[in-house]
Structures are given as C-alpha cells and as structure tokens.
Ligand binder design. Sequence first.
Ligand code: ADP
Ligand code: ZN
Length: 746
Amino acid sequence: MWNVAVPVPLRRTFLYEVPQEIGDPVAGARVLVSFGRRMLVGYLLSESRSTQDPGFKIKKVESLLDDEPALPAELLAFLVEAADYYMHPIGEVLRSALPPGIDPLTSGGSVRAPRVKDRVHKVVTACSLASGALDEMTRRAPKRAAVLAMIVESGPLALPRLRSVYSDASKHVRRLVQDEMVSVEERERPPDPFWLTSVDRDTPPTLTAQQDSAVTSIVAAIDSGGYRGFLLQGITGSGKTEVYLRAIEEATSHGRGALVLVPEITLTPQLVNRYRARFGESLAVWHSGLTDRERFEQWKLLRGGVVKVAVGVRSAVFAPVEDLGIVVVDEEHDGSFKQERGFPYNARDLALLRAARAGAVAVLGSATPSMETFHNADIGKLTRLELTSRPTRQPLPEIEIVDLTTHGFGPGGQKVISEPLHAELTRILEQKEQAILFLNRRGFAPSLICSSCGNALRCDDCAVSLTYHSRPPGVMCHYCGARRPAPKACPSCGASDLEPLGMGTQKVEELLAQLYPSARVARLDRDSAMGRGAQPVLDLLRQGEIDILVGTQMVTKGHDFPRVTLVGVLLGDVGLHMPDFRAAERTFALLTQVAGRAGRSSLGGRAVIQTYSPGHPAVAFARTHDYGSFAAYESENRKELGYPPFGRLAALRLSGHDGPRVEMAARDIFSNLRDAWRRIDRPPISMLGPVPAPIPYLQNRYRWRIMLRATRQIQIRKLLSEVVSQIESPPTGVRIRLDIDPVSML
Ligand code: ADP
Ligand code: ZN
C-alpha cells in the first residue's frame, strides 16, 4: 500500500495499492488514480503497512507516470512539511511545485497526452532585410509586418512565444519563410529572452574588507556542511550581489547546487547577466514570463542535474536543484515573495525551511530587512553580516524633506512639483544629468469626481474608485482590471461635471513636459511597459536618451545609473496610511530603495522626498538612512500590539457573491472557533472578527475575515485544526481560504 497525495482540497492522503505489473513504485513519482468518479494525477508519498483506509475504499493505482520521481526525496520531504505548516492540502501543494502542463489530461475520464512534451523547439530567426522592407510591408500587410517586427526586434524567438502574442503567427511565419524573410530551425534548448545575447565572463572584483569578511563566514558555513542562516544587511549599492556570487561559486566548486530567489521586478536581463557572467550557461532562469514549455525545459535542466544554479522568482523555491549547498533570497523584505492565490506561502520563509532540511546555507539579503528577519538576527536564529559602505566609497545621497503642509504650489501651479524640487530639476537639466521621479500611482488621476454632486466614479465589481487614464483614455479599476470609456456625465446626478482628482504618473508626465519643454521626459509604469517589462525604458535611461524618468515602483529597482544624480519622491505618504500594520515598514523600505538610486557614481547625488508627514518615523529615519533607529521604533510598536515578529497571525478569508450568506458563514465559523477554543482549554489566542475586509467587495465578491493572533504559530494551528472539516466544506457559494502568516491586510 502507498500513501498517495491527490490534488483535491482535502488535508489528508489516501491509500492505494500499486500492482506489481505496472512497475517499480518510488516516492515522489506521479501516478494515475481513480478518485471518486474522476481520474486524477496523484503523487506517491510513502509506503504504508495499513490495509484499511477508513471511509475510503482502497483501489489500485492505474498507472505509474514516472520511472524517476518527478519530486526528488529532498524536495518531497520539504513540500510535505510546507503543506503541514501552511495547513494546505498536500496534493495541491505538490501540484503547484511542478511545472504546469506536464500531467496527462484526465478530464471527462479519458486520459490524453500532457500539454507540455519533450520536443524540439521551433525557433524563428529573421534574415537580413532590405532597408525599408519592413515599412513597405507595414503598408501592404500590417499584421505580418508586426510579426516580422517582433522577430527582428527580439532576435531568435520560439514559435509558441510568438503565438502567445499573435495567435495566427504560424500563418504569417509560413509566408515570411516563403518570402525568405525569416528562417525556422529546430533547437534543443529554448531561446529564453534572457539567453539571446552571449555574455562575456567577468573578472571578479577584489572584495572590500567587509565583503571579504561576509564571504568568509558564509563559505566556512558551506564547507562545514549542515544548515546555517545569515542575514546580509548591506546598504543600497554595497555589493551584496558580489557576496552571493562568491558564496555560490564556493558551493558549486564542491559540486553542490544553488538557488537564488529575487523579486519579480528585479529579475531583469541585467541581473541575470551578472550571474551568467560568472556561471556561464549553467544557469536555469525561472520567471512568470516563460511559456509552460520553457518552464518545463528549465525544470528538466535542473531535475536532470545538467545545471546546478537556478535564479528565479518566488515559485523557484520549489525548483528541483540537486544537492543544495546555498539558498539566497535577495531583497528579502520584498512583498512579492508572498504568494496570495492557490497555495498561499511565503517564499522567504520556505527558503529558510528548505535550506534547513537540505542541510544548506541560507543567505537573506537586504538594505532594509523585514522586521521578521531583523528579529531573527536579534535572537540569533540568523547570523548578521553587515556591509555599511559602498565599494566605490560613494556616500549615500543626501535627502531633503519637503513638507507639503507648509509649501504652497510649485511653479507649475501644483504641489506635486514643489519649488525646491523644481529648482533641483532645473539644475540637473543644466548640468546634463538625469533624474528619476517616483509616484506610486499609475494613470492620470486616482479618481474621477462629479463636481456637482461630489460622487466618485466606482468600479461596478469592487468597492474602490476608478482611476482615470489619459492614454489610452478611459477609466480603469486597478483591482480587477476592468476598463471602459469615461462617461460624459455623472452616473448619479447626470451633470457633465466629471473632473479628475489627484495625480497619477500620466499627469505628472504632462506637467513635466509643460515645465521643461526641452527636456526628454519618459514614463515607466505598468501601462507604458505594456508587458515588455521595464528593460527597454531603463536601457534608454542608461544610454542617456532620457533626462527625467517618472514612474511607479518599477523605477525603484534595477541597477546603477551613473548619471542619475537626483531622485524625487513626489508623494512619500502614499501607502503610509493604509489599514495595515506593515504600512510604516513598507514606506521606510520604499523610500530607502528609491533614494538609493541616486548618486551611484562620482557625480554624487541627492534625493528630495515630498510628504505631508515629515515627522513620521518612516520618513524621518529614511532621511538619515537610519535603519537601526527605525527598526527599534517599529519593534516597540509591534511588541506592544503583539504583531509579528512578536506575535503570529493567521487569517481566515471568506468570500462569495451573496453577501448575507458570506457573513453568516463567517459568524458560523467564528462561533465554532470559540467553541473549539474553550474545548482545548482556552489557549492564549486572540480571535478578531468576523469583520468585513477593508475592501469589503472585490471582483464581485463580498469579503469577510477572521484574524487569529498568538505568541506562537503552533497554538493557532492547533486551534484551526479543530475546524478543518468546516473549512473544507463551506456552504455552497462561499469560499474559505486559510492564510498562515498573512501579508495582505486588504
Ligand atoms: P547591492 O546589491 O548591495 O545594492 P550591488 O551588488 O548591485 O549592490 O553592487 C553595486 C555596484 O558595486 C555594482 O556595480 C557592483 O558591480 C559593484 N561592486 C560590488 N563589489 C565590488 C568590489 N568589491 N569592488 C568594486 N566594485 C564592486
Ligand atoms: Zn474592479
């Protein structure tokens, strides 16, 4: 008998018999099983001596899908533990750890081939084109020309990727082949956009004394084998990546593997090239822009032991890197390590668990460590390593705070470009330097208000106001993505007095163009990037083709721009007053990271932060680059309130289309929790709720939540396990999600 995990929303496994004739079963292999009336792909977990499975009739496994386990032993054991910690159904956890599309399709009871298969890749390359050929074709056959332009622009391109942009790409490619404008060849290895250009190997720089001492500690830990966790706390530009690179080199030189997790937004060709320059092609890259097939290829390279180093976003924490020697989490404070949908995990926390179970070294790096990580270093769970200066000896930029409560309008008739910021911009334009302006609001204006009745235009499906966009014109919900033309008249009073209120990046871009007609102004946000990522615009900035770049979070990351000598934060308060206990921490980190973009070269630099809360510690300590004082202040707050890292949280999130039904389910589950709490002798757990979520209505669903808080997570999990059957069988039309260590408070 085998314990088999099946991808169903139940927190248990099922016994199956593995008949001898179907092959040699091994833990971690996928199997086809009949479950109820369905056929499902399950995972062999372990052998069992039981011959009974209460409430379940033991059946035979239909077939064995893998000779070699899809999940190697180390990864499997880690995932089992992760599922247990997050109280998430094991089958769903295992499925989310494997590349999508590799399972046979079993819907309708018939078993068909998987979507993703071992196959060579069709790769399209442009031939050298006569000048003007593309323009000429644009007039004649615009669609085909667009396909050709994409091939020319990006270099060799996998056909499926082309098809993901132009659904009828195959047809156009056939014509382009006939016309000898492109050629198609078959290749073993997929051309990830990150692999297009070859990268020269670099010469490692001589380490600074602080880097050297950090590397020495980490290397010693790798050499002595076994788990050890580090916090590498280094100011922006202090050379943390170089420390990771050396440590990884040490691990790979002993034949061990390495895993590097980075935030989605920093996984750019720039960053990957730094790893490629050191490790060449023996690198797997893992990100959300890959097609299923490409992801499968990267997974196979690791699973087969062909490459031993993986760099990727949060889900790479499940990458089947063999014989892990080191796990790095770069910018560990970043919110993108938290997965919210499906299996809600925190990749930073799982990275520590995985390293611990694999006997590897973990390195969490940041200029602004999360309070959790900072606390772990304080209590000795992590060894703290510090980099307090930059290798270039460049000081951190001087930061000026502009108090918007006392400053009036700037020369543009708006507060958003205050007089001091205007003067700084004028100066850098004269000196032919560059500026980055940051505003965490895309679109033209965050709301459209009727000046007759005062009503704000709202999303039909969410309890939030619609953002007005000027390009392309219309209103958009930033929560559900719904977009429509802006109405001419107010939907509640009929007056045609709708006015944009407040300021987004598009409006700032316009304002800058008016204020500085000769400056080259560009904008970088999700709308301007249009799915191409930040790279093209950041390249223009680096090449000096842009004088002022205004943008959202996307401008806060990325590498050095030597001529950027001014960073402006247009409204340092966005996010500070959110109903979220981490609002101050996030604001401090953001201000520090943005300011860190300025003054990377000998030109020096400064930052201007405009804010309505100049005295708030998140702002005041950012001004003096004083992480330590901020952390001390924030620790006091958290301690008092029993919030992480001094307490632990879990959230139960309920949602559904029928508001009263959701509320009733929330009250039911809450009273069950209370009963269970009394039953298990009233452990020290605060139960908060049930209350409507701060955004009570999202994507057409009403949302309620219950929060649990205790000193230790084990206490919460014990209580939750008492109501697991209720969580697993919610009333019809109601969804209940369990979020251990929640990050989003909305
Ligand atoms: P961080 O990740 O800490 O913000 P980076 O790793 O991006 O910093 O390093 C900042 C810059 O310093 C990079 O251009 C990097 O190449 C350079 N650098 C790092 N270490 C050294 C060194 N020991 N000597 C000279 N330059 C270095
Ligand atoms: Zn919406």
